[in-house]
Ligand binder design. Structure first.
Ligand code: PHE
Length: 344
């Protein structure tokens, strides 16, 4: 019997040693099999019980049961601790992840050409005292049309191929102009702001049209604002963007229900003098629609048109970015192709 008790002690010691060496979850299962399974020493001892005297069995029996319970419980408990420790160290690893860490050979990212151009455009207008505003892309019929002097059922709505939504009177804004009235309602005068942002039209997609594109609205409302301010602003901006000391503009009449009078402001092609493929051989490029804000729009914004006046413009930001960088297909601008993007 003494011999059996010594074996019990040595099984326990062996078990504890093996337990300490464990590295993976699977090893817990293996340990269980080798110490409690059919071929384990413990099972062998249990089988030997029948050869013992009744008195010996009374001592050995409980000792074996105790050993069995000890092995079972210890495996269970250690396994649980092991799982928790692993999870903790995974979290710590993530928390200690250093996003600024430099890995040799890795190439640095940079801003998308669109973002680079927007930053430049924002800087030009900031230098002229404008602020930069934002507005919702999911817009109401009121701000996108009605407040801009385009009433319900008016044919001027046909100018815009609108994405209507399931929500009544809500749409994806067709231009950035809704932010004109939104900001008049909430801001103090004088108000000078630009609004670069996404706009949506139900267009067939080709090299120069997309159903989503970028516009930049701009407006200035104060006492005694005139068309001369609009033209000077357009010219100053375009000269700086295309880095020209001189850049002629020309003015043609243009129709937009929310301006009166309305204009198309063209600039001399910055890439040629005689006509090229970019300006379609005309040496002029149509880039800058604008006009004096219609009295009805000022009224919708809570501003008295007899006291105040203002100008507004809304140019195609995507188009200008394409012109500036010589990009010939609008789809490149919104695709994620690295071979294209790495050129900028
Ligand atoms: N919102 C007009 C458009 O998208 C552009 C515009 C803005 C024209 C402001 C005049 C004044 O077509």
């Amino acid at each position: 019997m003494d011999e059996i008790l010594t074996r019990i002690v040595s099984i326990k010691e062996a078990f504890q040693q093996n337990l300490q060496a464990i590295q993976t979850l699977k090893e817990f299962d293996d340990l269980k099999v080798s110490f409690l399974g059919k071929k384990s020493q413990l099972q062998a001892l249990l089988a030997e019980m029948k050869n013992l005297t009744v008195d010996s069995r009374r001592v050995v029996g409980p000792a074996l049961q105790e050993l069995k319970a000890f092995i079972e419980n210890t495996i269970e408990q250690t396994r649980q601790e092991f799982v928790e420790k692993k999870a903790r160290s995974a979290i710590e690893k993530e928390q200690n992840f250093d996003v600024t860490a430099y890995k040799p050979g890795i190439s640095f990212g940079k801003l998308h050409p669109y973002s680079q151009a927007v930053e430049e455009i924002e800087d030009i207008f900031l230098s002229m005292g404008y602020e930069i505003l934002d507005g919702p892309e999911f817009e109401s019929d009121f701000y996108n049309f009605t407040a801009l002097n385009i009433p319900q059922d008016h044919p001027a709505r046909d100018m815009y191929d609108t994405f209507w939504t399931n929500k009544k009177s809500m749409l994806m804004r067709t231009h950035t102009s809704p932010v004109q009235v939104r900001s008049m309602q909430t801001k103090q005068l004088p108000l000078a702001a630009i609004v670069p942002g996404r706009t949506y039209r139900h267009e067939a997609v080709d090299a120069t049209h997309d159903f989503m594109f970028m516009q930049c609205e701009g407006f200035f409302v104060d006492k005694d604002v005139t068309v001369a301010h609009l033209f000077a602003t357009a010219q100053t901006f375009l000269k700086q963007l295309f880095k020209k000391d001189e850049l002629d503009i020309r003015i043609r009449p243009g129709f937009f229900p929310f301006v009166e009078p309305g204009f198309e402001i063209d600039m001399r092609c910055p890439f040629c003098t005689q006509g090229c493929s970019v300006c379609k051989r005309s040496t002029w490029m149509e880039v800058f629609p604008g006009g004096m804000i219609h009295p009805n729009v000022l009224k919708a914004g809570g501003i008295d048109p007899d006291v105040y006046s203002g100008f507004a413009f809304g140019f195609g930001l995507s188009r200008l970015v394409m012109l500036k960088y010589g990009i010939d297909d609008i789809r490149h601008l919104y695709g994620g192709k690295l071979r294209f993007l790495e050129q900028f």
